[in-house]
Ligand binder design. Structure first.
Ligand SMILES: [Zn+2]
Length: 122
């Protein structure tokens, strides 16, 4: 069994736990992710438990509404996003800025050019 990864927003309203660390984290420069300054770690939806999503989140869909972003209404931390019903695969990406810094020290960060070419830059 892989080690459980725990994340939470600043005030603790939204808590996420996932099975094992992702292979890498994604820093994306698209118009939304650069504003959130998030570091995304991707999972299948069934690999992650989210506490507080139904009752304690604000949600944002932009553009074609393929993705839905979740944030805490109290401390405003952006915690995760999910593929919407418009996509077939149930994927959730967690914002690893919500993890303890030491727990992500050893995970590689890859820069993704979501603003333009949709390829990794490194
Ligand atoms: Zn919060």
């Amino acid at each position: 069994m892989e080690k459980t990864v725990e994340l939470s927003c600043h005030c603790g309203n939204i808590r996420l736990s996932a099975q094992g660390a992702p292979e890498f984290l994604v820093s994306c420069n698209c118009s939304l992710c650069r504003r959130y300054a998030a570091l995304w770690g991707r999972y299948r939806a069934d690999e992650v438990q989210v506490i507080g999503e139904d009752t304690d989140t604000r949600r944002y869909r932009c553009g074609d509404e393929f993705l839905e972003f979740f944030a805490c209404p109290r401390c405003h931390g952006v915690t995760h996003y999910r593929n919407t019903e418009k996509l077939d695969d149930a994927i959730i990406s967690l914002n690893f800025r919500m993890a303890e810094p030491k727990s992500i020290d050893t995970i590689q960060v890859k820069r993704f050019d979501g603003a333009d070419t949709w390829t990794f830059l490194d």
